[in-house]
Design a protein around this ligand. Structure first.
Ligand SMILES: [Fe+2]
Ligand SMILES: [Fe+2]
Length: 230
């Protein structure tokens, strides 16, 4: 003869199996009473609807993140504008010219990041009455940024330098693609500027990719010359 505990355990198992297939408030087995009962349908947690206030708060957060990333991008360009060198093997006239054109580009791109992008975003945050204490302290910028600062690892290796800058530009493209989408139905002025910054970041990335191609061409030429000498 089954004990009460055995019956209870069997009932509990049936109830669990019944619950697993219950999606629409069907009758399920109640282990306490041994009867079938109607259980409330399983309802997914409703999404909290966006209000103008929550949308505005999210936009402010996204703009603060973009501002932090602009400052870090500017800083990376500033450092590389001054410290990018070249490997001894590459010290010839053509390569020196290439390094100079890369450094000149770093300088103009740094201006875009700081004087245009970062300035505009900070001005907008100010107009929106945003609390900017989280971005007032420069030591917190990297913590605040979604895409972290990429610290130059080898300033004498031009290819490495450009690859790191290209990654920063890819990160910026990700940030502004999200901002363009987020503001599509909202503030026209912000949306227009986000689209314009996104274009700049795409241009910056293209420039870095073109430099990478030139370095590859140069290295191939160098290898061919070396081969001929042998
Ligand atoms: Fe930028
Ligand atoms: Fe950029």
């Amino acid at each position: 003869m089954k004990s009460i505990q055995d019956v209870f355990e069997a009932n509990k198992k049936k109830a669990e199996e019944s619950k697993a297939t219950n999606k629409k408030g069907k009758k399920v087995f109640n282990p306490e009473t041994g009867n079938l009962m109607v259980e409330a349908p399983q309802v997914e947690t409703p999404q909290v609807e966006d209000t103008p206030e929550t949308v505005n708060a999210k936009l402010i957060l996204m703009l603060k993140n973009a501002f932090a990333e602009e400052m870090l991008a500017y800083y990376q360009y500033l450092i590389l504008e001054h410290f990018t060198g070249m490997l001894p093997v590459e010290q010839d006239k053509d390569y020196t010219k290439l390094v100079k054109s890369v450094v000149a580009k770093f300088k103009t791109n740094a201006e875009d990041e700081l004087r245009d992008h970062a300035y505009w975003i900070l001005g907008k945050l100010n107009d929106m009455g945003a609390d900017c204490t989280s971005i007032e302290n420069p030591s917190l910028l990297n913590q605040f940024a979604t895409h972290k600062y990429i610290c130059p690892t080898d300033t004498n290796n031009l290819m490495n330098v450009i690859e790191q800058v290209a990654q920063t530009e890819r990160d910026a493209i990700e940030t502004y693609t999200a901002l363009v989408a987020f503001t599509e139905e909202g503030d026209k002025d912000i949306n227009k500027k986000m689209k314009s910054i996104l274009k700049d970041e795409e241009k910056h990335l293209k420039e870095m990719e073109d430099f990478m191609e030139k370095i590859k061409e140069y290295r191939n030429k160098l290898n061919t010359t070396e081969e001929k000498k042998k």
